[in-house]
Design a protein around this ligand. Structure first.
Ligand SMILES: NC(=O)c1ccc[n+]([C@@H]2O[C@H](COP(=O)([O-])OP(=O)(O)OC[C@H]3O[C@@H](n4cnc5c(N)ncnc54)[C@H](OP(=O)(O)O)[C@@H]3O)[C@@H](O)[C@H]2O)c1
Length: 249
């Protein structure tokens, strides 16, 4: 990771779970990490915990479904850190809702957070990466649900949102290839990870039980995978990395 020491990374959804873990790992590796999330208390706690490490964590309160928040965060990055080398699109939500009779507002919230926000951050990040000579890496925290639909009820729109992430990773890679860019794109697809997002089934005892019994990864496993894809040499592009807990279906 020494190649990335002192470089700038922006991570969405840095206040908890996988995003907090990726932020920690990159600050340990000496990067300047800008972490976005809505819960500023959680971001501040993380900033305090990461204080004496080689890199630095810069918390920015932002709702990624609000374009002005994203634009303000990118302006802050440009003004204070000059440029951006790594973008990790990690912020995501999973809310159970039936496609047949569920509320539009939940469908919209999932798509705004998991898909639309990622398109805006990616566009802004690529602009900055182009300015610094095209050195950069975009990582989308996707899911196994972005590749295959399984028989889990009420997850229709979540599955669709992650399938969109798969398409957006590949089409970005093709766009960048067309313009001869050196920016790399990785879709990282975890199976079940022990984080708050999996509590979205708590209202459904049967599903909550299935989730509780299932083998799970730790957020650190995904942070280690981010380090792995970053530290491969510049001519190597890990386009898709699936990480499942041992013993999972
Ligand atoms: N855990 C799993 O089993 C699993 C498996 C595959 C893929 N994933 C993916 O991994 C990613 C991270 O999820 P996680 O498991 O770490 O869940 P988590 O612990 O619930 O963390 C979600 C993060 O996203 C942030 N976030 C949500 N909505 C946001 C918004 N509107 N604006 C800014 N930040 C927002 C949250 O911060 P605030 O609430 O503070 O805003 C939080 O930091 C997601 O994309 C998820 O789909 C998770």
């Amino acid at each position: 990771m020494s190649r990335w020491c002192g470089k700038v990374a922006l991570i969405t959804g840095a206040s908890a779970g996988i995003g907090a873990s990726i932020s920690t790992k990159l600050v340990e590796d000496g990067l300047q990490v800008v972490g976005l999330a809505r819960r500023s208390d959680k971001l501040q706690e993380l900033a305090s915990r990461l204080q004496n490490l080689p890199g630095k964590f810069h918390p920015i309160m932002a709702d990624v479904t609000v374009e002005e928040d994203i634009m303000a965060a990118f302006t802050w990055v440009k003004t204070h850190l000059g440029t951006l080398h790594i973008l990790v699109n990690n912020a995501g939500i999973a809310k159970p809702a039936s496609l047949i009779d569920g509320p539009t507002e939940i469908f919209k919230k999932i798509l705004d957070t998991n898909v639309l926000a990622l398109t805006v951050t990616t566009r802004e990040a690529v602009k900055l990466m182009r300015e610094n000579g095209g050195e950069g890496h975009v990582v989308h925290v996707n899911s196994v649900a972005g590749h295959r639909v399984t028989d889990i009820p009420l997850m229709n729109v979540y599955f669709a949102s992650k399938h969109a992430v798969t398409a957006l990773a590949e089409t970005l890679r093709l766009d960048l290839r067309r313009e001869g860019s050196r920016i790399r794109v990785t879709s990282l697809s975890p199976g079940l990870v022990e984080t708050d997002i999996i509590r979205c089934f708590d209202g459904n005892q049967q599903l909550a039980k299935v989730i509780e019994m299932a083998p799970k990864l730790h957020p650190e496993d995904i942070a280690n995978a981010v380090s792995y894809v970053l530290e491969t040499p510049p001519h190597v592009q890990v386009t898709e990395l699936t990480i499942r807990p041992t013993g999972s279906l």
